[in-house]
Design a protein around this ligand. Structure first.
Ligand code: ZN
Length: 291
C-alpha cells in the first residue's frame, strides 16, 4: 500500500511517500510560503507517485468537525496568508484520493502511539516544545478532538518566583506555557537562543519547572498512560531528569500509580520516532482515510 503524508508546519512542509507500517520511501521539504505558492508544489510532489490516500498533520487551529462545511481547513491561524485555507479538500480535489486530516501534534501523537514510544498505550500525550508548544492527545487509541482540539501550548501557568521575565511573551495570553517556555520565549528571556546556553545555565532548571507544571496539570486532568516530549528544545537532554523530578514535586504524593511513584523514567520520555513522529503519524492518518 503506497501512502502519502504531509506534515504541514508554519515554517516548512515535509512531504513523504511511504507504507502503512511507517516505512518512509522518499521525502522532500518545502518552505511554507503562501498557499498559492506552496500548495501546488506539494501537490506536484504527490502527483504521479500512485498514492492511494494522503494524510495531513497540520499547524492550526484547524477545523476537525466532520459535519462542518469548513472541515479540513486551517482556520484562525496567526499566519494570515493561511487563514481559512481548505487544505484537505485542495489535495482531495487535485489528487482524487481520500485525505486524512488532523493537527500536526495529534498526528505525531498517533505515530508515537502505534509505532513509537507509546506502543501498548491506549492513551498518551505528545508535546512538542520548539518555536511554539503544541500538544496532541490519544484517547482510547484515537486522536482526541472535542469542541476544537487540544491547544496545550496556551494553558495558563503560575510564574516561577526566580523568573526574570515572569510576564511571558504570548501575544494572546502573555504568561501561558508557550509564552513562558517556547524556544522564542527562552531566547527573549536570556538574550540568546537556547542552543547557545550551556547545559548548566539556570535557563534549563526554570524551563523544566514550567514543563513540569504542564505535566502535573495533564496528569490530573487527562491521566495519560505516557507523556512524550519532543521538539527542538527537548534535544537538551538535561531537561528530562529535571522535568521528572519537578513533576513529582508538584504532584506532592497525591497521585500514587506505579507510573509516577518511581523515577518516571518510563513515563515522561522522548519520542521513539525522534523527529519522524509527525510524518509517520501522517502516514497512519492516510491509512485510516482508506477505511
Ligand atoms: Zn498563549
Amino acid at each position: 500500500m503506497i501512502l502519502g503524508a504531509l506534515e504541514a508546519g508554519g515554517t516548512k512542509m515535509v512531504c513523504a511517500v511511504g507504507k502503512e507500517d511507517g516505512t518512509i520511501l522518499c521525502t522532500e521539504t518545502f518552505p511554507t510560503l503562501t498557499p498559492e505558492e506552496t500548495l501546488p508544489q506539494l501537490i506536484r510532489f504527490f502527483a504521479g507517485k500512485n498514492v492511494e490516500s494522503v494524510g495531513i498533520g497540520s499547524f492550526g487551529p484547524v477545523d476537525l468537525d466532520l459535519a462542518s462545511p469548513t472541515y479540513g481547513s486551517i482556520t484562525t491561524t496567526p499566519k494570515l496568508a493561511w487563514q481559512h485555507t481548505p487544505i484537505a479538500s485542495r489535495f482531495r480535489d487535485a489528487l482524487g484520493v481520500p485525505v486524512g486530516f488532523d493537527t500536526d501534534v495529534n498526528g505525531a501523537a498517533y505515530g508515537e502511539a502505534l509505532l513509537g514510544a507509546g506502543r501498548g498505550c491506549s492513551s498518551l500525550l505528545y508535546v512538542t516544545v520548539g518555536t511554539g508548544i503544541g500538544g496532541g492527545v490519544i484517547l482510547e487509541g484515537k486522536p482526541m478532538h472535542g469542541m476544537l482540539h487540544c491547544e496545550l501550548g496556551h494553558i495558563l501557568l503560575r510564574p516561577e518566583a526566580d523568573d526574570p521575565s515572569p510576564d511571558g511573551f504570548c501575544p494572546f495570553h502573555k504568561g501561558c506555557l508557550e509564552g513562558l517556555a517556547s524556544g522564542p520565549a527562552l531566547e527573549k528571556r536570556w538574550g540568546r537562543p537556547g542552543r547557545d546556553l550551556g547545559p548548566d545555565h539556570p535557563a534549563w532548571d526554570l524551563e523544566a519547572r514550567y514543563l513540569a507544571q504542564m505535566c502535573a496539570d495533564v496528569i490530573v486532568t487527562l491521566s495519560p498512560q505516557k507523556i512524550i516530549l519532543g521538539g527542538g528544545v527537548m534535544h537538551q537532554d538535561q531537561l528530562f531528569p529535571l522535568i521528572r523530578r519537578y513533576t513529582k514535586e508538584y504532584l506532592n504524593g497525591y497521585i500514587q500509580t506505579p507510573e509516577v511513584t518511581g523515577g518516571m523514567e518510563d513515563y515522561i520520555v522522548s519520542p521513539g520516532l525522534g523527529d519522524r513522529a509527525g510524518i509517520t503519524g501522517a502516514l497512519l492518518l492516510a491509512k485510516d482515510a482508506l477505511k
